[in-house]
Design a protein around this ligand. Structure first.
Ligand code: F6R
Length: 369
């Protein structure tokens, strides 16, 4: 059943190139146009949307945080992302022009379900991004985009996360297309890159042995910190969540720009800090700022584990460990940058003797509050 792997999690990490290809299957036309007619939300409704609200829990919430960058950048529609467990008890401002996106692998998460009911009561259109056919969340939504990642058995979400991201990018691009956002070179490049992303993820997977070795060497640590900015910030949160749930270690993700507002006080000799570095192309200001952050924490004793794109030489002098990922358009970087963090957490958990597929106290689908 595990297809020769020791754990379902390892199998599901390895399945990611195919999973992301399956999410894209039949949804991008020959000219790069999105064909999401399956959504069955009339174009005039999508043209009216003046606000997008994403609700989700855990890893799916992190996918939503990344989606916000893509949706606002490509569609210019304001987008909020909220934990379903908070949203459902709030008095959110929604109406018929609001599009609420509920992201859930299982389609059964109680808080996400209650959040979508709460949204529908106020007249919002609800779109589910879900991996489980016929589950409750898509059944109760106005529309659904299935991720088609195949069953995810390990409690820790891996391929579901990558495919949720792909589905979010598709929704963002489709919204832009329907609303007549100008189909510029940037969008064409993104669509082309999405078509190749399975191969890029495969290339990352082929280079993971040093990451596994590094993970084993850190089995005795108490704390690992994660830093990122822009779309790398939710990637840092996701890396920390994986480590908490699998390795039972103290792990925290920070926006690198917040370092001086508190977290830098945590840096002491030998603390491992994973830094997700944005591309030096495009938003290069952020790249340069994070390189300074790496220097600052290293000067205070941090052991820096740097995830940076191929060809980024500026990080080399400050990286105690350097993990390379393929160059992608900025907004898509999470699809490749998250993979080493999954492998890292899985290997650390194994080294600490933990049960990888069934971490203590956790359930695959959280159908209670
Ligand atoms: C983390 C993890 C959880 C789920 C969360 C939402 O690895 O698996 O944080 O992401 O419980 O679950 P779904 O997506 O089924 O709603």
């Amino acid at each position: 059943e595990k297809g020769g792997y020791d754990y379902f999690m390892l199998k599901e990490i390895a399945e990611q190139p195919k999973a992301v290809a399956d999410t894209l299957l039949g949804r991008i036309g020959a000219e790069g146009q999105l064909t999401l007619d399956e959504l069955r939300i009339p174009a005039q409704v999508l043209r009216m949307v003046d606000k997008v609200v994403i609700v989700a829990c855990g890893t799916a919430f992190h996918a939503g945080l990344i989606a916000k960058y893509a949706i606002e950048h490509w569609t210019r529609i304001p987008c909020e992302v909220e934990l379903a467990s908070e949203f459902r008890y709030r008095d959110p401002i929604l109406d018929a022009r609001s599009l609420v996106i509920a992201i859930s692998q299982s389609g059964e998460t109680m808080d996400t379900l209650m959040a979508l009911r709460h949204a529908r009561e106020q007249g919002a259109t609800v779109l589910a991004i879900c991996n489980t056919n016929g589950s409750t969340i898509p059944r109760e939504s106005d529309a659904v985009l299935y991720t088609h990642a195949g069953p995810e058995v390990a409690v820790a979400s891996t391929k579901a996360f990558l495919t949720q991201l792909v589905a979010c990018y598709l929704v963002a691009l489709y919204l832009g297309q329907v609303r007549g956002t100008k189909w510029g070179d940037e969008i064409a490049a993104v669509v082309r890159e999405l078509g190749r992303i399975g191969e890029e993820v495969e290339r990352v997977l082929e280079t993971m042995e040093p990451v596994r070795e590094l993970a084993r060497s850190l089995a005795g640590q108490d704390t690992v910190l994660f830093l990122g900015r822009h779309v790398g910030y939710p990637v840092a949160l996701e890396g920390a969540l994986k480590l908490k749930e699998l390795a039972y270690m103290h792990a925290e993700g920070f926006a690198a720009g917040e370092l001086k507002h508190g977290p830098i006080a945590l840096i002491e000799d030998g603390v491992p800090v994973v830094v997700v570095v944005p591309s030096p192309r495009g938003r290069s200001v952020l790249h340069d700022k994070i390189v300074s952050n790496i220097q600052e924490i290293r000067a205070r004793g941090a052991r820096t584990i740097v995830i940076a794109e191929e060809g980024d030489e500026a990080v080399v002098p400050y990286a105690d460990h350097l993990v390379r990922v393929p160059a992608t358009p900025t907004l898509l970087q999470p699809l490749v940058a998250t993979v080493p963090l999954q492998v890292f957490a899985c290997e650390l958990a194994t080294a600490r003797g933990n049960e990888v597929d069934q971490p203590r106290n956790l359930a695959k689908s959280v159908t209670v509050e």
